[in-house]
Ligand binder design. Structure first.
Ligand code: NAP
Length: 260
C-alpha cells in the first residue's frame, strides 16, 4: 500500500534499535526521509547507513540525548521543519514504589513526559502553518494496564497521555494529528532486560521467564519491531488524518477486555 507520504521528512527518536528502528524502517519503506536520533554514535550510524541503503531514502543520524534541551536543539537543528515526529526514548528502570525518590521521579518525568511534550511544542507551530503533520508517541501498555514494577513509566507516560488527549483535539483542525502507540511485549533489547529482571526476581532461568511471558500472551509470542513499525507508519500516513488523540494498544490481546 502506498501510504501517500513519499518525500516527507520524519524525526524518529530512539531510532537506532527496537521499536524506534522498526518505525524508521517502515517510514523509510514509504519513501520518507529520516532524521534518526539515539545517544550512541556507532550503532546509530550503522542503522542509519543500513536503512538508507535498503530503501534509497536520505537518513541523517543525529547523536543526541532527546531527554536534554541540548539534545533536542541538536535534533531540531538537523530537521527544523519535520512533517512527522515519532517520540521515543528509553523507559525508566523497574523497581518498587518505596525505592523512588525525588531524583528518580524527576528523571522519569523528564524522559517520558516532558521531553516528548517539548519536542511536540517545538514542531507543532510549523506543522500547523503548513497544514499537515503527524506525531506518534511511543508510550507503553502500562498506561492502560498497570505493570507494578514499572510505576515510574506508567505514571510519567500517563501525564504525556493527558497532554495528548487535549492538544490533539486542538490541532486536528490544521491537518495535524497526534496519537500514541502503546506497546505490549515486543522483541527488543528493552524486553530482554525486563525478562532478565523477572527471571532474577522469580528465581528462574531467562529461558523459563521468556517462555512464561510467551505463554501468557494470546498469540503465544512477543510482537515484532516490523509489526510495530508498520502500525506507526500507518498512523503517519496520508490516510490517518481522521485518527486523532487515540491510544492504540499493540499487545497481542494481552489486555483482556471486550471493548477498548
Ligand atoms: P530499546 O530496544 O532499548 O531501544 C531504545 C532506543 O532508543 C535505542 O535506539 C536507544 O539508543 C534509544 N534511546 C534510549 N534513550 C534515548 C535518549 N535519551 N535519547 C535518544 N535516544 C535514546 O527499547 P524498545 O524496546 O524499542 O523500547 C522503546 C520504548 O518503548 C521505551 O520507552 C520502552 O520503555 C517502551 N516499551 C517497550 C516495550 C517492549 O516490549 N519493547 C513495551 C512497552 C514499552 P541509545 O541507547 O544509543 O540512545
Amino acid at each position: 500500500m502506498d501510504l501517500g507520504i513519499k518525500g516527507k521528512t520524519a524525526i524518529v527518536c530512539g531510532g537506532s534499535k527496537g521499536l524506534g528502528r522498526g518505525s524508521a524502517e517502515k517510514l523509510a519503506e514509504a519513501g520518507v526521509d529520516i532524521v534518526l536520533a539515539a545517544r550512541t554514535q556507532g550503532p546509530l550510524e550503522e542503522t542509519a547507513g543500513k536503512i538508507a541503503e535498503k530503501y534509497g531514502i536520505k537518513v541523517t543520524p543525529v547523536a543526541a540525548d532527546v531527554t536534554t534541551p541540548e539534545g533536542r536543539a541538536k535534533l531540531l537543528e538537523a530537521a527544523p521543519a519535520p512533517d512527522i515526529l515519532v517520540n521515543n526514548a528509553g523507559g525508566p528502570p523497574p523497581g518498587m514504589w518505596h525505592e523512588w525518590g525525588e531524583d528518580q521521579w524527576q528523571a522519569a518525568i523528564r524522559a517520558n513526559m516532558l521531553s516528548p511534550i517539548h519536542l511536540m511544542t517545538a514542531v507543532l507551530p510549523g506543522m500547523i502553518e503548513r497544514r499537515w503533520g503527524r506525531i506518534v508517541n511511543i508510550t507503553s501498555g502500562s498506561v492502560k494496564s498497570p505493570i507494578a514494577a514499572l510505576g515510574l513509566s506508567g505514571a510519567a507516560r500517563s501525564g504525556l497521555t493527558g497532554f495528548v488527549a487535549g492538544t490533539s483535539r486542538q490541532v486536528a483542525q490544521y491537518g495535524v494529528t497526534i496519537n500514541n502507540l502503546l506497546p505490549g511485549q515486543h522483541d527488543t533489547d528493552r524486553i530482554e532486560s525486563l525478562i532478565k529482571n523477572t527471571a532474577g526476581s522469580k528465581g528462574i532461568s531467562v529461558e523459563e521467564a521468556r517462555a512464561e511471558a510467551h505463554a501468557a500472551n494470546p498469540t503465544g509470542r512477543f510482537g515484532t519491531t516490523e509489526e510495530f513499525g508498520a502500525a506507526c507508519a500507518f498512523l503517519c500516513s496520508a490516510y490517518a488524518g481522521y485518527i486523532v488523540g487515540q491510544n492504540l494498544l499493540l499487545d497481542g490481546g494481552a489486555f483482556n477486555s471486550t471493548l477498548g
